[in-house]
Design a binder for this molecule. Structure first.
Ligand SMILES: Cc1cc2nc3c(=O)[nH]c(=O)nc-3n(C[C@H](O)[C@H](O)[C@H](O)COP(=O)(O)OP(=O)(O)OC[C@H]3O[C@@H](n4cnc5c(N)ncnc54)[C@H](O)[C@@H]3O)c2cc1C
Length: 410
């Protein structure tokens, strides 16, 4: 009998990087990468940024060249959904009822957009953004639209808004919270993004809910808010968050909370099954137990650890969460994690009004997160400040003449 393969379910960034890591780490056995999309693995950030804005080619989004999988003897099965994981018999079941046995399994099934369940939400012209095809459709909608409603002022909603504004479309963002991005950033920095968009001519409707969409024929013609406001629109993009795809893991009896619960080596409650990317809720040596983030960098870096664990080697995932966004002429990187009640102050180094600064979130004098806005090459010292867990001198921290590397020594 031939040896059973290492199987990866989910051919997104985490899945592709796991296949690569297994080969890089010297695994010569069979690797099967199974994904339900028709496109080979690609990165999603360009879908709401350069690809959507027409500044990048479709090909630039793919994780590997088309030939890479065969060259590395990775058996890539596209357009193939896994419908069941059977941990007792160590096999997965595909949608066509065939079964695939595994020696080790990695779940990297990612997330799906949260649906907005209001009347009219299934009309033509109401879009979600997760896949390449969605980005193509929204790009076409932006090219044709005069007015657009974006529901949800999260990262994706605001990036689509920026792309639409840059194409000259009138955009109204409907956000249920007091400010867009208040959840991931807190009110201080959320205000920076709200101002950025209003300065670019976006209408922000905050503390607002979409009650229904109006439909003309089969196409959307607008949104009606709970207070009765009517917002005419040729197209709508809904970006109200994503939910991790946990169905397979839960049905297989794995421990699941906000994600697939893993140890810091990305091993699930079943020692033969690992999880990585958006679905992994992993113990973190610096941040504590149960950390789950839906970030590109997580999907990029966790797979090397998951692959090592699959190979029976010791490895721990201890990277700090990292996120980036580009909107108009604002580029930013964010390191760390901001949770409600998880900080007491935000302090700034640089020019906040001119949008060239670093913000630090402090908890009892310690830096828990840092965001550099139009300031570059400061990621390493920001991470070092967070990792140190030491209280810092605030005067030094915000002083432009003190190198960030020297703040800890002060
Ligand atoms: C438009 C957009 C922009 C983004 N921009 C940024 C950004 O600027 N910065 C940032 O840090 N993050 C960004 N993100 C988030 C980032 O892309 C995700 O965190 C990352 O894609 C997660 O990778 P993943 O491999 O875990 O999951 P995914 O990329 O979701 O891949 C999972 C794959 O598994 C497939 N799958 C699911 N279930 C099954 C099954 N049962 N059988 C077979 N296949 C299955 C899915 O269809 C999918 O192809 C963005 C996301 C989107 C959608």
């Amino acid at each position: 009998m031939t040896e059973q393969p290492f199987v990866i379910v989910g051919a997104g960034l985490a899945g592709a990087k796991a296949a690569e890591a297994l080969r890089d780490q010297g695994f010569t056995g069979r690797v099967m990468l199974i994904g339900d999309e028709e496109d080979r693995p690609y990165e999603r950030p360009p879908l709401s940024k350069d690809y959507l804005g027409g500044r990048a080619e479709r090909d630039s989004a793919f994780v590997h060249d088309a030939g890479w999988y065969a060259e590395h003897e990775v058996d890539l099965r596209l357009g193939t959904a896994v419908v069941e994981v059977d941990p007792d018999r160590r096999k997965v079941v595909l949608a066509d009822d065939t079964t695939v046995p595994y020696a080790r399994l990695l779940l990297a099934t990612g997330s799906s957009p949260r649906p907005l369940r209001v009347p009219g939400a299934d009309a033509d012209g109401v879009h979600y953004l997760r896949r390449l095809g969605d980005s193509d459709r929204i790009k076409a909608a932006i090219a044709a639209a005069e007015r657009m409603v974006v529901v949800g002022g999260g990262w994706i909603g605001l990036e689509v808004t920026a792309a639409a504004r840059e194409a000259g479309v009138e955009v109204t963002v409907v956000e249920s919270a007091e400010l867009p991005l208040i959840g991931p950033l807190g009110p201080e920095l959320a205000r920076v993004f709200a101002d950025l968009h209003t300065e670019h001519g976006v209408t922000l409707r905050t503390n607002a809910q979409v009650e229904r969409f109006t439909v003309d024929g089969s196409g959307v013609s607008g949104a009606v808010l709970a207070d009765g406001t009517q917002l005419p629109a040729d197209a709508v993009v809904v970006g109200i968050g994503a939910a991790p795809n946990l169905q397979l893991a839960a049905a297989a009896g794995l421990r699941v909370r906000s994600g697939v619960v893993t140890d810091s080596s990305l091993r699930s409650s079943n020692p033969d099954i690992m999880a990585a990317g958006d679905i992994a809720e992993a113990d973190h040596p610096v941040l504590g137990p149960g950390i789950r983030v839906e970030h590109w960098a997580n999907a990029l870096n966790q797979p090397a650890v998951a692959a090592a664990t699959m190979l029976g080697r010791d490895a721990v995932y201890d990277e700090l969460p990292y996120f980036f966004t580009d909107q108009y002429d604002l580029g930013m990187e964010f390191h760390g994690l901001v949770t409600p009640g998880g900080y007491n102050r935000v302090v700034y180094r640089g020019d906040v009004a001119g949008r060239e600064f670093i913000a630090f979130w402090l908890l009892d004098g310690r830096v828990v997160a840092g965001m550099n806005v139009n300031v570059w090459d400061v990621g390493e010292p920001i991470k070092a400040l967070i990792r140190s867990g030491q209280a810092v001198d605030e005067v030094e921290l915000i002083h432009p003449d003190v190198a960030l590397e020297h703040v800890l020594e002060a």
